[in-house]
Design a protein. Sequence first.
Length: 146
Amino acid sequence: MISFKRLRDIREDHDLTQSEMAEILGVDRSAYSLWELGINIIPIKFLAMFADYFKCSIDYLLGLSDQKNSYQLVPGIDFKVVGDNIKRIRKEKKLSQENIADILKISQACVAKYEKGTIQISTANLYEFSKEFSISINELCGKTKK
């Protein structure tokens, strides 16, 4: 299960209100509040923006790592890179798109669109993929310098 406790902790450590953080991300305060409470899952685009703003890793934000900023992070997120990495890992593991769809409990068509970078992968699916294949979300998203 994804924990978003660190969103609040980091925001509060920087003496920002939810309204200020929402403004930084370009969203309504109510939307941001629901993400922080874990009622709604923050889209990966905004999670990447949050990570960039505070110069920390997505893995740290989601509780997948205790290293806050152990990488030289690349700003932004490119969904084509995410898709290419998902496809590369799938092929390395000799799995089909159907296999990945079964793991993530989504359709094969959705996996195909993720791999092409035509749709954004959900934070929940990215988290599950990361855990299933023991790979950093930062690495999947191309946020680490090579």
